[in-house]
Design a protein around this ligand. Structure first.
Ligand SMILES: C[S@@+](CC[C@H](N)C(=O)[O-])C[C@H]1O[C@@H](n2cnc3c(N)ncnc32)[C@H](O)[C@@H]1O
Length: 247
């Protein structure tokens, strides 16, 4: 995976229209965050017992951890950006959000506009997410926001019961190869006692990731139960399924 720092990385989103076939083409992994309500739908959290010990993997500027904690969930957030200051993170995610929103008018047909009515509402939700995140990050930085560069972690075996991976694996298959997907998943299986949930299963073109077939055939993962479940969330067209990997 391409390494980047907050200071030196180019704008994270370059959205390119290719011929008649428009597609979302992110040059780097975007610093864009989702809200609790999106996580709740993406990961079908209605069926989770309240006492789960949840790891949010590559949580970035999502407000899931902040909002979930208020609702009584036990969540640890983890991302490589958590070595940076709140000011540095806010600056970078504002740039990324501005860039994405600037490009959206040319890409509207890649998305379904039910959860978000329009681009203005998308922007409002993304701003809400990062503002709630920054506020909570300032207060709880050392307690609930753990700097991690996956696949390596310092977490102990079975430290968490459930791990949630939103908008990292499969989506960025052009930037993260299969070997790294596998290493991240195996590490999550080491530190998670029950199951891993991954959303979405599509790549940036809105097509089912080709890495899913490879993963299902992988003998090193043969001992785990892998299933796919349709969920009540679809922003990127066809992105309405999560993968569950169980011990
Ligand atoms: C598109 S954001 C998703 C954030 C959040 N999960 C959400 O859905 O709102 C991707 C995040 O992955 C993080 N990231 C990418 N590669 C990583 C790695 N190897 N280890 C830790 N975090 C990583 C980035 O810093 C970024 O915050």
């Amino acid at each position: 995976m391409r390494q980047e720092t907050l200071e030196s990385s180019p704008s994270s989103c370059d959205l390119i229209s290719e011929n008649m076939d428009k597609q979302l083409d992110l040059k780097n992994i975007a610093l864009i965050g989702r809200t609790f309500e999106e996580y709740y739908r993406m990961f079908d959290l209605g069926n989770l017992p309240a006492n789960e010990n949840i790891l949010d993997v590559a949580s970035g500027v999502s407000s899931f951890c902040a909002e979930a904690s208020i609702k009584g969930y036990n969540v640890t957030a983890s991302d490589r950006i958590y070595t940076s200051s709140p000011l540095e993170i806010e600056k970078k995610c504002r740039q990324d959000l501005d860039e994405v929103i600037k490009q959206m008018p040319g890409l509207v047909e890649l998305f379904t506009w039910n959860f978000f009515k329009d681009i203005r509402s998308l922007r409002a939700q993304r701003e809400k997410a990062y503002k709630l995140f920054i506020e909570n990050f300032k207060k709880n930085k050392s307690k609930t926001y753990i700097p991690v560069e996956y696949p390596a972690t310092d977490f102990i075996d079975n430290q968490f019961t459930i791990s949630l991976v939103s908008h990292l694996l499969f989506l960025y298959e052009d930037l993260i190869n299969y070997d790294l997907h596998k290493k991240i998943i195996l590490e999550l299986l080491r530190i998670t006692s029950k199951e891993i949930r991954i959303f979405p299963l599509v790549n940036l073109k809105g097509k089912k990731s080709s890495l899913i077939g490879t993963l299902l055939q992988d003998k090193d993962l043969g001992q785990y139960q892998i299933s796919v479940k349709k969920v009540n969330y679809e922003f990127m067209k066809n992105g309405n399924e999560m993968m569950i990997i169980k011990h």
